[in-house]
Ligand binder design. Structure first.
Ligand SMILES: [Zn+2]
Length: 499
């Protein structure tokens, strides 16, 4: 009897192990390597000068509503016209809502859906209190020690110049795409893009244009910046988290603090907030699977086995990933208590206490889901809550990774950057491309730059700068992407790879 039980246990163990191994092998399925290309010949010094000139145009919003400084944008527009004469000769240029730019590079096959490459012209300001900490002033566009220094060199004038430069060079070579290529260059991304790309998105919709693919800022080639991955990994944002700010209010009888009730409005609110923090929305580990699958063998075998078998190792993975803020935010809707207000006098029971909580929604969770969760967790009728006007949007749809647009993009990344693994991920912040969801299903957020630990905190921070070499590579990337996405199939042919 005992031996029979032992045999059964042994059989279960063997079968489970086999199942785990098979799943891991399937999970590791690789898409083969592509041949590295030399790409278009780029004069690094010239490109660096062009980016530096763009940095000198101080396209900083005048207020938090994103009101543009007209002279700065005129200066930038003029700089683009003078620097890229062929682009301005051969492409149609439209000014949208005074400052945003929409370029149309007409393809030879008007029956094909166009693609769009994006960047924004505006940059965040440089905090006056930190100016003395900058090695080189933020708006002088200095080129020193192999870097181009200044605000916008990483976010995202590098991409703006990369697109323009690549187009100018291809035009010089006489290239014409089959598929129409648009350049969408917004002017108020840092303040939500409502006057720039939102208007541009509506314009395309009115014209009945549907796009086959978009590449905007986001992601990049990460070296040593991701938990459980070795070597460079190309991360492509396939979706963006949603946004929801909720206001909580508790009203109670005001009075003297010498004879307090058992709980004041502050106590009631604090209790509700503590519950919210203690009970976040559930994690969805499976949302991370496509990313770890894309990373494949760049992850240690243990992690590959675990992600191939979430059914078995899910709890272990959660224990590892939840304490890492970026990973936690990548697999659940997050809860952040950000503002609290209540009371004016030390001896007075306040009539009202208020708090603001900011949620970032994982694709799959809706605003209604979060509000239902809040109600269920707080379980207190005395706490009133409602979304703050204008401060909510649902998570964006997840763009597919089994379509030609993604295959072509992945191919170009691997050609230009020597075959890094390419994996989709969910962007934690928002970008301008959200305004094109009504006209495009294949939206990818990818900045073609290799970034390591030394890049941490530079975007929007002090000493923003880009290596000249990285900037030149960006031009190669765009030139290759224009040639690959510019074809009917949106992927490079094998013959082309061999060249
Ligand atoms: Zn940006």
């Amino acid at each position: 009897m005992l031996t029979t039980i032992l045999y059964i246990i042994l059989a279960i163990l063997i079968l489970t192990t086999l199942y785990v191994v098979v799943r891991t092998i399937i999970f590791q399925w690789s898409y083969g390597s592509v041949e590295k290309i030399e790409g278009i010949a780029v004069d690094e010094g010239v490109v660096a000068e062009h980016l530096a000139a763009a940095v000198r145009c101080q396209t900083v919003p005048l207020d938090d509503k994103g009101t543009p400084a007209p002279e700065a944008f005129q200066q930038l527009h003029q700089m683009l016209e003078e620097t890229y004469p062929l682009v301005h000769q051969k492409l149609k240029r439209e000014v949208v809502n005074s400052y945003s730019l929409l370029y149309t590079w007409q393809g030879s096959r008007p029956d094909l859906e166009p693609v769009m490459l994006m960047a924004h012209q505006d940059v965040v300001s440089a905090d006056p209190a930190t100016l003395s900490a900058w090695t080189h002033p933020p708006f002088e566009g200095r080129i020193v020690e192999g870097f181009i220094w200044g605000r916008g060199t990483l976010d995202i004038k590098n991409q703006l110049i990369g697109i323009m430069e690549a187009a100018e060079m291809l035009l010089r070579q006489g290239y014409r795409p089959e598929r129409t290529i648009l350049f969408g260059l917004g002017h108020d991304e840092e303040t939500g893009g409502v006057n720039g790309c939102k208007v541009m998105g509506q314009l395309l919709k009115e014209r009945g244009i549907h796009l086959a693919g978009i590449v905007d800022e986001g992601g990049g080639i990460m070296e040593g910046l991701m938990a459980g991955a070795r070597g460079p990994i190309a991360l492509v944002g396939a979706s963006e988290k949603g946004y929801l700010t909720v206001e909580f209010t508790v009203n109670s009888q005001p009075g003297h603090s010498s004879t307090p009730p058992p709980q004041t409005s502050i106590g009631i609110l604090a209790q509700a907030l503590a519950r919210l923090e203690a009970h976040p929305m559930p994690t969805h580990l499976r949302r991370l699977r496509p990313m770890y699958r894309g990373i494949g063998r760049a992850a240690p075998l243990t992690i590959q086995i675990a992600f191939a078998n979430v059914w078995l190792f899910g709890p272990l993975l959660k224990r590892w990933l939840v304490p890492i803020p970026e990973m936690n935010a990548s697999m659940r809707t997050t809860t952040a208590l950000t503002i609290i207000n209540g009371g004016v006098e030390d001896n007075t029971i306040p009539a009202e206490a208020k708090a603001i909580v900011n949620f970032r929604l994982l694709p799959g969770d809706t605003i209604a889901d979060v509000l239902w969760h809040v109600k269920k967790v707080i379980k207190d009728e005395r706490v009133k809550f409602k979304p703050v006007e204008g401060k909510f949007n649902e998570a964006l749809p997840v763009s597919a990774t089994n379509v030609p647009a993604y295959h072509g993009l992945r191919q170009v990344i691997r050609q230009v950057f020597d075959n890094p693994p390419v994996a989709p991920f969910v962007m934690l912040g928002g970008t301008d491309c959200q305004h094109f969801v009504p006209v495009c299903d294949n939206i990818y957020r990818f900045t073609s730059l290799v970034m390591d630990e030394s890049f941490r905190g530079l975007e929007h921070g002090i000493d923003e700068r880009i290596p000249i070499e990285g900037m030149a590579k960006m031009v190669k990337f765009y030139a290759q992407l224009m040639q690959v996405w510019g074809t009917r199939g949106m992927t490079a042919s094998v013959e082309r790879n061999k060249k």
